[in-house]
Design a protein around this ligand. Structure first.
Ligand SMILES: [Zn+2]
Ligand SMILES: [Zn+2]
Length: 435
């Protein structure tokens, strides 16, 4: 078995591992970078007009023979670990005959992102895998392990071929709502692993223990119960654990949760895969709002059905404005227009519930400052990372006990040797390894 990490040995995002035997060639993840080579934010807009040949020459796409649309396919499959764009974001460039394996919910989320977000990834040949159910691509055997992560439907992968075993952690944590999944993993880890490719997103952030999603829920509740205030929560519509935390805090504070039609569609779709709060007759304390820009986008795509299906759960701007303290609203910058039209909401709580790094982004910054300065909202940050803290990384590494730990999805590969017992194999992007 041979492999090569195309991107991720010295950075977070753009994960892609090519793995091959004499007869079979696969990719684990095919993500879009989060940073440029100089460390600045990766902005896909700069590149979207270029074709794959130009993008390879600029070092944006990895140089992999038989992967892209303009050539004969020589890659047997691509395996996607979870629905974050830094793991799947370049799939639109691949040859349409190459099978792409992923969880079914991951596929549903990619399709919703195509509609609601500025992304368009058309997949012709999708195969679904399930946790704990091994599948074969040529002479490579793959077993998905369900993991706790801020993305729904996240997996680690055990890859076996030529009598060797590699374990790719994907992105994971232990302090989310599926913390029990992580504990079960520790009790029954894969054995005899030659190489463990393990993410290390948080290593540079120091040794502190992450707060759990339940801690987040409790902190939100303390805010929500303050009398006489509208509570706005700025959170990712695809961070399902977080939406659940917000809902639970909301329920405890006896308020109604307002989600926009984008979040409503996500929760409704994913409720087929897990028991999740979503707009329905079962959850009378969840209402749906229909922001102007989202409506326009759906109209343009002839997908108004995605709005109409929630019309019985509609709450109007005027209703919220009449009694703001009854509501908790999940918001984004594109909803500023609606918020500005409400006259009665000033002085509420604005809870920022995403990675603090995004606060530096122009649009986010302007939205937060507008709510603070022009609407007198009180901002607080209530968030916990989607990634394992150092203790959880150590627990996973000790449980798997591999011959080598290989840093991936990290800016701090050089620190692995100080943190983990056992041998560390620090690779460079594109370096070939034979097991
Ligand atoms: Zn990632
Ligand atoms: Zn992720």
């Amino acid at each position: 078995m041979n492999y090569k990490i195309h991107r991720g040995t010295q950075e977070i995002g753009g994960s892609c591992v090519e793995l091959w035997t004499e007869n079979t060639r696969i990719l684990l993840d095919f993500g879009m970078p989060l940073v440029e080579k100089d460390g600045s934010e990766f902005n896909f807009k700069k590149y979207e007009k270029l074709d794959s040949v130009e993008l390879i020459s600029k070092g944006v796409l990895p140089n992999i023979k038989g992967l892209y649309k303009n050539e004969d396919p020589e890659v047997d499959a691509i395996i996607i670990t979870h629905p974050h764009a830094d793991h799947y974001g370049f799939l639109d460039y691949i040859h349409e005959d190459i099978p792409v394996y992923m969880g079914e919910a991951t596929h549903k989320l990619i399709e919703l992102s195509n509609i609601f977000l500025p992304q368009n990834i058309n997949l012709e040949n999708v195969c679904y895998y399930k946790k704990d159910e091994p599948f074969k691509v040529g002479d490579i055997n793959i077993t998905p392990y369900g993991m706790d992560h801020s993305a729904f439907d996240a997996y680690a992968l055990l890859v076996e071929a030529d009598g060797k075993r590699l374990f790719y952690s994907g992105d994971f944590r232990s302090h989310g709502r599926k913390g029990n999944v992580f504990q079960r993993f520790l009790n029954n880890p894969p054995k005899n692993i030659d190489h463990l490719l393990m993410e290390g997103t948080t290593i540079g952030r120091g040794k502190q223990i992450s707060r759990t999603e339940v801690d987040i829920e409790n902190e939100m509740y303390e805010k929500f119960k303050e009398p006489g205030k509208l509570n706005l929560v700025y959170a990712s519509g695809q961070n399902i654990d977080r939406i659940v935390s917000i809902y639970k805090a909301c329920k405890k504070a006896k308020k109604t949760l307002v989600m926009d039609v984008y979040v409503a569609n996500i929760m409704k779709t994913l409720s087929e895969f897990a028991s999740l709060p979503h707009p329905s007759s079962r959850f009378k304390d969840i209402k749906v709002c229909f922001p102007y820009f989202t409506g326009k986008r759906l109209k343009r795509q002839n997908r108004e059905d995605l709005m109409y299906k929630f019309k019985s759960y509609k709450v109007t701007r005027q209703e919220i404005d009449q009694d703001p303290s009854k509501y908790v609203m999940i918001v984004r910058g594109s909803m500023q227009k609606e918020l500005d039209l409400m006259e009665n909401i000033d002085g509420g709580n604005f809870i920022y519930s995403m990675w603090e790094g995004y606060l530096k982004k122009k649009n986010t910054k302007e939205f937060v400052e507008h709510m603070e300065n022009d609407k007198a909202f009180n901002t607080s940050i209530i968030h916990t990372s989607g990634h394992a803290d150092i203790q959880a990384l150590q627990e996973l590494a000790e449980a798997v006990d591999p011959k080598f730990i290989v840093p991936i999805h990290t800016f701090d590969g050089d620190k692995y040797k100080d943190i983990f017992k056992g041998q560390i194999l620090e690779l460079k992007d594109g370096e070939e390894v034979s097991l």
